[in-house]
Design a protein around this ligand. Structure first.
Ligand code: ADP
Ligand code: MG
Length: 863
């Protein structure tokens, strides 16, 4: 085996502890990667792969990136789900004996990034830990390192519920014990597509004692320590901004399973995975990044308790009515920076003076915000105002210490105001004074030598110098100037006098820059003590922002405040909040919904594209909007408080998990049936589509019956099986409704209006026509349809199936309409009667041809 150099030995030793990360090994101005890391990084980052010691028998693959450009490369890797271990030289190479000591100073992972360039403004970046216990329960702990937020959820309903819970929050990385069963590990990976990390140490470090004061359950402690230990291990620094863990009591929230969250497109659309077109897209008119994050959290966990919801609604109403104050407030909030993340970065130690300046500007807005809120004079709003404690001392400190427009760098001075520190002022005086003296010297020298172009300059190598062009050299007196540097056209000199001043100036400058840095660190340290205050303010400001946003979107979109009932749900002229936006032209047709204990299952029929799915979704979205405390899209709404919403909507294949539509359909239906209560809302959209007609119909009917008889959940059930409408006769609490469409000159016209009773036709072929399928194909389909309907009519009549009423009703009605349309023309009526009486199945083709000939002749004669 080849023997490695001591440095490579060091590399290998460190790498052994970070097997699942790219090791960025600092060598001078570069981070180098070796072996497999190098090969993979070269591919992922599209950088050149080279070799170390190419003379050797087995040269080592290597690639490197300049350290100052590292952030971009790290970002690429972390966004792809990789981890990056940053290994720095931790002693001065000049004084080091042998190989410079190196250590990993930070492990950057998808869930623990702090750099603002790698974070999305209005979004949280959660890392979670999952712990399993002998009693079958699980605990998830969440942390957002950038904001300091910690949350815990105990789950006692099994692993499937864990997946659903994870689905509630965007997470990028899950920390698990190595003992978590393989099967569960791979489910986490495939179903959630997260980076998995391991942490088996669950001892609670004393450092975090006060973060866990409110925890009285061993299991919660275990999960929380697993997470904190991992974060501590990766970050290797103080994390003073972490907040006490909030326990998510899942029973306090409307629960949405992962299917519903996805199907209802609350925060992103199914097809494009983007915010545009989601409910969040309509609602998120927040002004601050923190507000945007809070809105998303509210949307992910709608409330269950009436009082809490009414509290929010009261505030929203107040903001709604006080639109002038709301405008002022929005304007002020625009200049409030992301206090939550600023607090995180202060604790983390990666803020510069500009960030602190932003902090100051933001905090200075607090009194103004308070004042505006107080003008609104409504209980909830005034409470919010009272919670905005102005951190006077902190602002004073920032005001006294920082200049208004500091540079990005914290190591080059020009950060601290004059008058803040006496010592600094002395240095500055010396340096400024010296510079003044030099300016005067330049004037003096010009006069004495009579050289107009003489100037005094400065560079890092030679310090201050007097520069005289070659043409003027003869004007200089002998012996006074000492030659320092020769240029093509000029000579540079110094004098003892200049040398002396230079020393004073440089010393003062060097010392003042150094002192400024120290002072900056001191200030930063002082601000650390205020982090909880800043975080509290951030929380209140976010709330204010979300509440005023609800008022704003409600005003713009004409949403109305809902009331809550325990008896019935009644929505007048309800609309779909997203589709109405997309249509824009005001063409959205509003519809009513009514559900109560007597009628809690609505069976919806109507042609394809008529608006069945839209109607169902709009109900769910309205319910959710109401339960997060926002106004709702309608003229009037009395809502019920739902504990859970289940959906089976749309025919989107679950491509990610590779399951068939039908399988997904059945999984979702099963999930609803096994978890719903009489306080739940179930939406089943065209269930049974993914299998053969009879299978599908049978399953659909059985599912409706089961929900009707056993669950009593409020249910909307749309179907293209007209046969199911006869269920109204056997199920008491089921009511038929349909979406109206009309046939006009052989085309279907969608009215999108919900009416009582069952629909009469499926109009499928008309829709195909709208989609511009070839004319001949449409004709052929119509012919097949007539035949099928003919056959069905016969068999059904014979077997006396109950559903036959339905079909004969349909045929009968068609007759009626045809008759009524041609009432005025006796010849038309006669022709139609003849046509109707033909028994096609009893005719030979020749007979048919002859009859058709006769009929056409008669028809032509009437023209
Ligand atoms: P279905 O589920 O009955 O096939 P959808 O609910 O998918 O029909 O609706 C089809 C299209 O009809 C929608 O994309 C929308 O453009 C339009 N639509 C649905 N409901 C309405 C409505 N109430 N007002 C106006 N247009 C509507
Ligand atoms: Mg549909």
């Amino acid at each position: 085996m080849a023997k490695y150099t001591p440095m490579m030995e060091q590399y290998l030793q460190i790498k052994a502890a970070y097997k699942d990360a790219f090791l960025f090994f600092r060598l001078g101005d570069f981070y180098e990667m070796f072996f497999n890391d190098a090969i993979e990084a070269a591919r992922e980052l599209e950088i050149t792969l080279t070799k170390r010691d190419p003379g050797q028998k087995e040269p080592i693959p290597m690639c490197g990136i300049p350290y100052h450009a590292a952030a971009n490369y790290i970002k690429i890797l972390v966004e792809k789900g990789y981890k990056v271990a940053i290994c720095e030289q931790v002693e001065d190479p000049k004084t080091a004996k042998g190989v410079v000591k190196r250590e990993v100073v930070q492990l950057i992972t998808p869930g623990t990034v702090m750099e603002s360039t790698m974070l999305t403004e209005g979004e949280n970046n959660y890392i979670a830990s999952l712990s399993h216990f002998e009693d079958g329960s699980f605990v998830i702990a969440y942390n957002d390192l950038s904001t300091g937020e910690n949350r815990l959820a105990l789950i006692e309903e099994g692993f499937e519920a864990v997946i659903h819970e994870f689905y509630n929050q965007p997470i990028r990385e899950v920390v698990i014990p190595s003992t978590l069963p393989e099967g569960l590990q791979s489910q986490l990976q495939t179903r959630l597509q997260v980076t998995l990390s391991y942490q088996d140490e669950v001892k609670f470090s004393a450092e975090y004692r006060d973060l866990s004061e409110n925890l009285n359950d061993e299991r919660l402690m275990t999960a929380f320590s697993r997470l904190l230990n991992y974060v501590q291990d990766t970050q290797k620094r103080s994390l003073d901004h972490l907040k006490q863990a909030e326990i998510i009591n899942r029973k306090n929230y409307l629960s949405l399973d992962m299917y519903s969250k996805r199907n209802l497109e609350l925060t992103e659309t199914i097809m494009k995975k983007g915010k545009q077109g989601s409910l969040l897209w309509v609602l998120d008119k927040t002004v601050t990044a923190m507000g945007s994050r809070m809105l998303k959290k509210w949307l992910e966990r709608p409330l269950l308790h009436k009082e809490k919801i009414e509290e929010r609604l009261d505030a929203v109403s107040a903001f709604y009515e006080h639109f002038l104050e709301r405008d002022t407030l929005r304007e002020t909030l625009k200049s409030v920076y992301d206090l939550e993340r600023l607090a995180g970065r202060i604790a983390f130690g990666n803020v510069n003076a500009r960030d602190l300046q932003q902090l100051k500007v933001s905090l200075e807005k607090i009194p103004g915000i308070r004042e505006t809120l107080n003008q609104i004079d409504q209980k909830e709003v005034v409470n919010l105002a009272n919670d905005l404690h102005y951190p006077e001392h902190l602002v004073a400190l920032l005001n006294e210490s920082l200049v208004d427009e500091p540079p990005v760098s914290i190591k080059e001075g020009s950060i601290i105001k004059d008058g803040y520190n006496e010592q600094l002022d002395t240095y500055r005086y010396a340096s400024r004074n010296g510079k003044q003296w030099i300016a005067e010297l330049e004037q003096r020298e010009k006069q004495e030598t009579n050289i107009k172009s003489l100037k005094i300059g400065y560079n890092r190598v030679f310090g201050y110098y007097i520069e005289v062009t070659r043409a003027n050299l003869h004007l200089l007196p002998e012996n006074k100037y000492e030659r320092k540097q020769t240029l093509t056209n000029a000579e540079r000199f110094i004098t003892p006098e200049l040398k002396e001043k230079e020393q004073l100036i440089l010393e003062a400058e060097e010392k003042s820059v150094e002192l400024e840095y120290q002072l900056f660190l001191e200030i930063r340290e002082k601000i650390k003590g205020h982090i909880p205050e800043i975080q509290y303010l951030a929380d209140i400001v976010s709330r204010i922002d979300v509440l005023q946003t609800f008022a704003t979107v409600s005003e713009v979109n004409n949403f109305k405040r809902p009331s809550f009932s325990t008896e019935k749900l009644a929505i007048k002229n309800g609309r779909h909040p997203v589709i109405e936006q997309v249509m824009r032209d005001g063409n959205f047709v509003p519809n009513d919904v009514e559900l109560d204990a007597e009628k809690n299952v609505l069976l919806i029929t109507g042609p394809n594209m008529s608006g069945k799915s839209t109607y169902m979704r709009q109900l769910a979205l309205t319910v959710i909007m109401g339960q997060i405390g926002c106004f709702v899209p309608c003229d009037e709404a009395e809502l019920l408080l739902f504990d859970q919403i289940f959906t089976r909507i749309g025919a989107a294949d679950d491509l990610v998990s590779g399951q068939s539509t039908f399988m997904v359909e059945m999984l979702e239906a099963n999930h609803a049936i096994s978890h719903a209560t009489d306080k739940s809302l179930i939406l089943l959209d065209e269930i049974g589509r993914g299998t053969s007609t009879y299978d599908g119909m049978a399953l659909a009917q059985a599912i409706v019956e089961y929900i009707h008889d056993n669950i009593h959940a409020k249910t909307l059930f749309s179907t293209h099986y007209h046969e199911l409408t006869s269920l109204e006769n056997s199920l008491d609490r089921l009511k038929n409704i349909h979406v109206r469409a009309e046939e006009y000159e052989g085309n279907v016209v969608f009215l999108h209006q919900i009416k009582e009773g069952a629909a009469d036709e499926s109009y499928g072929i008309h829709v195909a026509k709208l989609a511009n399928l070839p004319e001949t194909l449409i004709e052929r389909a119509n012919l097949i349809l007539q035949q099928l309907e003919g056959e069905q009519k016969e068999t059904k009549a014979k077997e006396e199936l109950p559903a036959s009423d339905q079909l004969s009703f349909f045929v009968e009605e068609k007759r009626e309409t045809s008759n009524s349309r041609s009432e005025n023309n006796p010849i038309d009526t006669k022709l139609i009667k003849q046509l109707q009486e033909l028994d096609l199945f009893d005719m030979t083709p020749m007979d048919a041809m002859n009859t058709l000939y006769q009929l056409q002749k008669e028809a032509k004669s009437t023209k």
